[in-house]
Design a protein around this ligand. Structure first.
Ligand SMILES: [Zn+2]
Length: 232
């Protein structure tokens, strides 16, 4: 019987680790450093094969020599880390003053990658929270971490806003919530129709009292627009 090559046993190890999940879902459980190293090594091997197919001499090209390893590391530790790592810890504070008016935070940088073409999605998120007077509030920086976590997956913008919104609703139970993302999709600017970099996609998701109140939605959008003016 033939013994498995290093590459084959590596592939098997990665396969045995977890079942595959949708591109923007977390895998079952989270990976530690050693498991990530196994995945990165297996992914680097596959990238070498991809470059072979594309007839790129990655072994001798001084620019490409370490590219398979670099790209594998980038996928596992950065671009897709929101599938393999635990969500950010959320520190809650008592809402001592029973504050229940709209809070809007943003712009929060969105750096993601489109699930259809593996091209960058770059933009800004705005989050509007209507705290529950007898609920909890969380530190503002946590919203940035939550956006980064869900952006670090292969995404489409429609599902990204919902994932961020559902998570904040589940974890903090505000009486209302609005998420708005405005982003440039490089699959539209760098290929296909080659749209200008000014071409953006904007979408929102609303929950609770913000979903049912046109006034609150409008107040949120106006705040987003005034925050956006500080960006451009
Ligand atoms: Zn795309």
């Amino acid at each position: 019987m033939r013994t498995a090559t290093w590459g084959e046993s590596m592939n098997r190890n990665v396969r045995l680790l977890r079942l595959p999940r949708l591109c923007n879902e977390p895998i079952d459980g989270f990976m530690d450093k050693a498991e990530k190293a196994v995945m990165m090594a297996a992914a680097a091997k596959k990238l070498e094969e991809l470059f072979d197919v594309l007839q790129i001499d990655h072994k001798n090209d001084h620019n490409m020599r370490d590219t398979p390893r670099r790209v594998a590391k980038m996928f596992v530790e950065e671009v897709l880390h929101g599938r393999y790592s635990e969500p950010p810890a959320i520190t809650e504070f008592e809402n001592v003053d029973r504050y229940d008016q709209l809070i809007v935070t943003g712009p929060i940088e969105v750096r993601s990658m489109c699930a259809h073409h593996l091209m960058p999605i770059v933009g800004e998120a705005y989050i509007g929270i209507l705290p529950s007077p007898d609920g909890k509030i969380i530190g503002l920086s946590k919203y940035d971490r939550i956006v980064d976590y869900f952006s670090s997956r292969l995404q489409i913008q429609e599902e990204l806003v919902s994932q961020i919104g559902n998570y904040i609703m589940d974890m903090t139970k505000p009486r209302g919530l609005g998420i708005r993302i405005s982003a440039v999709h490089m699959c539209k600017t760098h290929r296909g129709v080659r749209a200008s970099g000014a071409s953006r996609m904007v979408n929102s998701a609303f929950y609770g009292d913000m979903l049912s109140s046109p006034e609150l939605k409008n107040e949120f959008v106006q705040e987003c627009l005034s925050l956006e003016r500080h960006v451009r």
